[in-house]
Write a protein that binds this ligand. Structure first.
Ligand code: COA
Length: 172
């Protein structure tokens, strides 16, 4: 398994569509409400391709034997006074491949990519109490706030969202 920056999603479109559909079906909070149809997931990845082409998103994939098992995005800020900042988005691992260290490897690779680009302040958010909530804390991200009822499920249930930051430092 290796983590690579990918600029052409086409060879991985079916894998990424599966990952997103199954991640949403597993109840994860990644911006969609279940059930997410394949067409909707595919449309999302086409939109990501447009953002990659426009240079507003960097897409990393965890790949083995030509197949994608996980994904994470870095969205560098375009603001004049925030050229050192980027947002981490859409960390997800195929449900059947979880708990094998892929999520952590994606985050380590993403931090390396951010560092190489001079993006030394990373911001992210996640649903309170999710696995990622603990993962980010253990990876050195500082939780700086919780917004109550940030997301709302289709049945009306609301969830709090935690916001994190991390200042990257040179590897020792
Ligand atoms: C969060 C997610 C990416 C983690 O991916 P993963 O490949 O399973 O993670 P890893 O195997 O690298 O494990 C990372 C850590 O989380 C812990 N962990 C993973 N799954 C866990 C679970 N089900 N229960 C408890 N701990 C768990 C691991 O023990 C590991 O702990 P460590 O930091 O002490 O080493 C994955 O669960 C996922 O895709 N979730 C749905 C999408 C999502 O919520 N994304 C975050 C949006 S902000």
């Amino acid at each position: 398994m290796q983590v690579e920056q990918i600029t052409d999603l086409a060879p991985y479109l079916a894998d990424l569509t599966d990952i997103l559909v199954n991640t949403v079906a597993s109840g994860a909070s990644v911006g969609f409400l279940p059930p997410l149809e394949r067409a909707g997931a595919e449309a999302y990845w086409h939109g990501v391709q447009a953002m990659i082409d426009a240079g507003t998103v960097i897409q990393l994939l965890a790949i083995e034997n030509g197949k994608a098992y996980g994904a994470v995005q870095l969205a560098p800020s375009s603001k004049d006074n925030a050229r050192h900042r980027a947002e981490v988005q859409k960390l997800m691992v195929a449900p059947r491949s979880r708990r094998h260290g892929i999520g952590k490897r994606l985050m380590v690779a993403l931090e390396h990519t951010a560092w190489e680009l001079g993006r030394t302040l990373l911001i992210l958010d996640t649903r309170r109490g999710d696995i990622a909530d603990g993962l980010y804390g253990r990876m050195g991200y500082t939780r700086f706030g919780i917004v109550p009822a940030f997301t709302i499920d289709s049945d009306g249930t609301s969830h709090d969202t935690c916001f994190f930051y991390k200042h990257l430092t040179p590897a020792k």
